[in-house]
Design a protein around this ligand. Structure first.
Ligand code: ATP
Ligand code: MG
Length: 235
């Protein structure tokens, strides 16, 4: 079942540690996410923002402990590595992965049935029209390992194009998705990203205040803990 306007995800007493460390990188006493909230995640470098998004994406398993509880749509789950959940979100990591495949295949990774017209539109929304038109074989150009090189900012925009192509995925997990872009490119793409937030649960890690202003809820992460949360005006 897809994420809806009244779906809830709650985490209580959840801890995550990386394999090479016994200290928890993140401890969540209580976090409740609901419906189409727009949640900004802020905090200094190393505070745990990416760890939180990795946990929510099911890429990191929480440490099992007896007090831990995660519920998704009212159902208790051990952790979020559930196929059904992973089909509901678009995750844009800080450094997106580019597959060794054509540009079109990279953009359509989560929507293999997408038409060429839809792919071109998604690339345009991500500010990549000039980029793809200049590639030797256009949309059919091989990129990724061993193919045509793409910069960090181009990789981020390819990841954003994936998100534009699958608006039916109602959860957006965005980890500083514009951090590698110059401010002008960022502002251009922002015009396409903000409308995508409507009818989506948004979790958006950022260091930039202009993104926080688009959010209706903010989590402040410090030293692996959510130290404050509330509406931007409360904080
Ligand atoms: P930034 O703003 O720089 O992206 P962040 O808030 O996203 O920082 P995290 O990447 O979540 O911070 O890191 C939180 C803590 O977990 C840090 O102490 C970091 O060193 C540690 N950490 C992150 N990734 C790993 C990993 N793969 N293995 C071991 N430790 C990690
Ligand atoms: Mg990070």
């Amino acid at each position: 079942e897809q994420w809806q306007a009244d779906t809830q995800l709650t985490l209580d007493n959840v801890k995550v540690a990386y394999a090479d460390s016994h200290d928890a990188a993140l401890t969540i006493e209580h976090l409740a996410l609901q419906g189409y909230q727009k949640v900004g995640i802020i905090g200094r470098s190393g505070s745990g923002k990416s760890t939180l998004l990795n946990l929510l994406g099911g890429f990191l398993a929480p440490d099992s402990n007896s007090a831990q509880q995660i519920t998704l749509a009212g159902q208790a789950v051990d952790h979020l590595q559930l196929q059904a959940w992973q089909k509901q979100f678009q995750y844009i990591p800080q450094t997106p992965y580019i597959f060794h495949a054509t540009l079109a295949e990279n953009v359509a990774f989560y929507a293999p049935e997408a038409s060429e017209a839809a792919i071109i539109k998604a690339l345009a929304a991500a500010g990549l029209t000039e980029f793809w038109q200049q590639l030797p074989a256009g949309l059919a150009t091989l990129i990724g390992e061993g193919g045509q090189a793409v910069s960090g900012g181009q990789a981020q925009r390819i990841a954003l194009a994936r998100a534009f192509l699958t608006p039916e995925r109602r959860v957006l997990l965005f980890d500083e998705p514009t951090a590698h872009l110059d401010i002008e490119t960022e502002m251009n793409i922002k015009q396409a990203i903000v409308p995508l937030f409507a009818n989506h649960l948004v979790l958006f890690a950022t260091h930039r205040l202009h993104w926080v202003n688009q959010m209706d809820y903010v989590l402040v992460v410090e030293d692996g803990k959510i130290v404050e949360q509330g509406t931007p005006s409360e904080l």
